[in-house]
Structures are given as structure tokens and as C-alpha cells.
Design a protein around this ligand. Sequence first.
Ligand code: SAM
Length: 295
Amino acid sequence: VGGELRFSEFFSHGAGLTTSLDALLHCEHSGIQHICVVQSPVFGRMLLLDGMVMLTEWDEFIYHEMLVHPALFLLPFPRKVLVIGGGDGGTVREVLRHPSIEHVDLVEIDPRVIAVAQSYFPTVAAGFSDPRVHLHHADGAEFVRSAPSGFYDAVFVDSTDPTGIAESLFGEAFYSECQRVLHATGVLALQSESPLHPVYCQTLPRVHRLLRPLFRHVASYLASIPTYPTGMWSFTLASRHYHPLEDFSPTDAQQRIERLSGKLRYYTAELHRAAFALPGFVQELISEGLAQPAP
Ligand code: SAM
């Protein structure tokens, strides 16, 4: 009684994020993972899975805009989209901003994440009630195996870290299924962890090693997400057809941005180009990883 409530997430040896809390709003074990919602004076409401920050009201727009819009503005007319993971709804919300979208499949292994997001993050999860959105409570790796070939214009992998239930979403078999279910001009975009993380920094080169044999163009880009481990985050985009910069028209994207539903707060046509300019150490991390034999 009278003690201060705090949340901390350490990514290694006591290094990480901490905040005082105004309230602990929800906590349950879904049978798959711990799901908690806490209220922070600075970060707003926070969704935690197994004690790790998935989203905060304060900075979720950065992650969701940067996972979705580089891919969708590369496509002239995206219609059918597959989202793997993404049970909080932020990725679906960003996809639905594009007027050409006709069909979204959201494949989330834990239905309780969707339910908690709808209760505590209504503005993030609003897209789930859109008639174009079809929710599937399934393992994403299994779902893609039975999905039709060439069906999707874009596939987004918005998963937790490459361990446990999400490990299958970072494997060769999964990526080749993603390539199969994508249209020949389709685009895959995924969160590829932090290049500064002491352990998960190896995800980025591993993703390149697995995607390059499947896609002609594979490129990573960065965004700063202050509440994720280290604050520096990477995404990786892959396509058999489109190059993320050579086939991107900033003027076309700028015009389309004006026609989106709602206002973007992070992604811009100029930022699209800048984000793919990688720091030297990240380029090295990728090229060194590519030089190593696949494990
Ligand atoms: N933006 C967050 C990040 O970068 O860590 C991810 C947010 S979203 C809440 C991650 C979702 O992936 C979780 O709801 C989790 O249940 C889901 N997930 C994990 N493994 C999965 C799998 N194999 N198939 C489908 N969904 C999965």
C-alpha cells in the first residue's frame, strides 16, 4: 500500500525501459501468453505480452505506419492483404487507410489478444469491425500453407520475437509459402528486430539470407521506436518485382497520401527514401551475415 507501481522491461542485464504506472488495467494468461494492459503517465496505455511491450499509445503509430506504408505505396493498387500476427489491430488499421483495399486476412494465434485490444485500445483495433477484414485464430505458418497461390498483393508479418510461438514465422519454409501466396508483383514486409539487440540483432542478416533466394529485391529500413528494446528497429521488405526505391514514385505517393483515410503522423514520401539508407554497422551486419553459411 502506498508503494509506487512500476513496469520495467529489460532486454539484457538490466538495460531497458522503465516507467512508473498510474494503474494496472488488465492481466490474464490466455493459455498461450500473459496479456497485460497498464497505464503509464508518459507512454499512455501499454499492451504487454509475456512482460514485453507490444504497443504503447504514445509511439505505436511509428511502428504500424512504417511496417505498412513503404510496401503499400510501392504497389499501384493494393487490393488483397494478409497480416500474420498483428492481434492489436494497428497494422490492419494502417492497411485500411488505402482506398483500394478490398480484402484483409488477419491471422492471430491468440484470440485473447484481439479481445483485449478491442477493449483497451479501441482506436488501434477499430479495423477489426471493418467488413473487409476477416479474422482467423490460427498459427500463421499453418495458415499460409493452405492459402491459395498468388492471391495476395501484400503480406505483413507483425509477430512477436523469433522465439516460442513466433519462431515458425522466421523460417525458410514460412518465407517460401509467403512468396507462393503473393502475386508475382506482390510485396512482403516484416518486422526484423533491432540491429542493436545483443541477441536478436542476428535476425536481420538471417532474414536476408532466407529471403534473397526467394525474392529479387530484399531491402531493410529503420525507424526509431522508443519503447521497443534499444529504440532502434528494423523492417525488411521483399518483392520479386518492385525495387523499394527505383520503383517508388515520391510524387505519386505524396498524392496518394492526401487521399488516405485519416492523417499519417510518421511516414512521408521523403522518409520512405531516407529510411532505406542504412547505417554502416547495419550494412555490415547484413553483409557479414550473408557471407556466413546458413545454420
Ligand atoms: N509489434 C509487435 C512487435 O514487433 O513485437 C508485435 C505486436 S502483435 C501483438 C504480435 C502478435 O503475434 C501477438 O498477438 C502474438 O499472439 C502473435 N503471434 C505470435 N506467433 C504467432 C503465430 N505463429 N501465428 C500467428 N500469430 C502469432
